[in-house]
Design a protein around this ligand. Structure first.
Ligand code: 6PG
Length: 229
C-alpha cells in the first residue's frame, strides 16, 4: 500500500459525511452478501457524528452487523467525553438500533484490565469490514499518539493484540484511553479516514513520519481519505 492514498476532496463537511456514510453502508452490505455477519469500527471526536446520523437512517440488516470503536476514553459511557456515548446516541438509534455493540470500556478496575476484557469480546469482529477513523493535527488516529510510551506497541503491524491501554501523557492524551492497535485496524477490508481543514491536509500531503502514515504503509486493503475544508 502506498504511504499516501489519494485524497478525495469534498466541498463541505456535510458532503464528506455523506460520501463516507454511503461508502460504509455499501461495504457493509457487500460484506453481508458474503457472510452472515459484518462488522463496523466507528471512532470518536467531532468528525464521525454526522456520519453516524446518516447511517442510522439507512435500512441495512443492522441485526447482522456488529459495531465497536477504534478507541475510547477511560470514562464511563455516561460521560460527555465518552465515544461510546456519542455512538450510542447517534448511530445506535433508528434503523441501526438493533446492531450489536461491543464496547471497549467496561467497569474493570484499570484500563489494562478493560483492554484484556475487550480483547476477548472483540475477537470475532476482526477482520472488520469497515473502519472509520479521524486524524488529529499531530497525525494520530484512534488513540495512537506521537510520543506515547505505548506507540511502538500500538503501531506494531504484527503485534497480535487488538486492544491496548494508553496512559495519559504530555502532549496527549489528556485522559487515559483504550485503543485498537494497527494490527487490528490494518486488517479492515476498507478504511475511511475523515479529515477536515488545511492543517490536516498538510499532514497528509507533506509528512510521512506520523502514526497515520504507518497505517497507510501497513495495510494492503483499500484506504479512502475523505477531506473537506
Ligand atoms: C477520539 C478519536 C480521535 C479522533 C481524532 C480526530 O477519541 O478523540 O478517536 O482519534 O478521531 O482526534 O478528531 P476530530 O474528528 O474531532 O478531528
Amino acid at each position: 500500500m502506498s504511504s499516501r492514498p489519494e485524497i478525495e476532496v469534498c466541498e463541505t463537511a456535510e458532503e464528506a459525511a455523506l460520501v463516507a456514510a454511503e461508502a460504509i453502508a455499501s461495504w457493509l452490505a457487500a460484506g453481508l452478501d458474503e457472510n452472515s455477519r459484518a462488522s463496523f469500527v466507528g471512532t470518536g471526536g467531532s468528525s464521525p457524528g454526522p456520519v453516524y446520523d446518516l447511517l442510522s437512517t439507512l435500512p441495512l440488516p443492522w441485526d447482522q452487523i456488529s459495531v465497536t470503536l477504534s478507541d475510547e476514553r477511560w470514562v464511563p459511557p455516561t460521560s460527555p467525553d465518552s465515544n461510546e456515548r456519542q455512538l450510542r446516541e447517534r448511530l445506535m438509534v433508528g434503523e441501526a438500533a438493533c446492531a450489536r455493540f461491543v464496547p471497549l470500556w467496561s467497569d474493570a478496575p484499570t484500563a489494562e484490565d478493560a483492554a484484556e476484557a475487550a480483547e476477548a469480546a472483540l475477537a470475532d469482529l476482526f477482520p472488520a469490514d469497515v473502519v472509520l477513523l479521524g486524524m488529529g493535527e499531530d497525525g494520530h488516529f484512534a488513540s495512537l499518539f506521537p510520543g506515547s510510551p505505548v506507540l511502538e506497541e500500538g503501531l506494531d503491524p504484527f503485534g497480535g493484540s487488538l486492544v491496548i491501554a494508553v496512559p495519559a501523557g504530555d502532549p496527549a492524551p489528556a485522559i487515559e484511553r483504550l485503543s485498537l492497535t494497527l494490527y487490528a485496524l490494518k486488517q479492515a477490508f476498507l478504511t475511511i479516514v475523515l479529515v477536515r481543514g488545511e492543517a490536516k491536509r498538510r499532514i497528509l500531503e507533506d509528512r510521512d513520519d506520523l502514526p497515520i502514515h504507518a497505517l497507510f504503509r501497513a495495510t494492503d486493503m483499500p484506504v479512502r481519505v475523505i477531506w473537506s475544508p
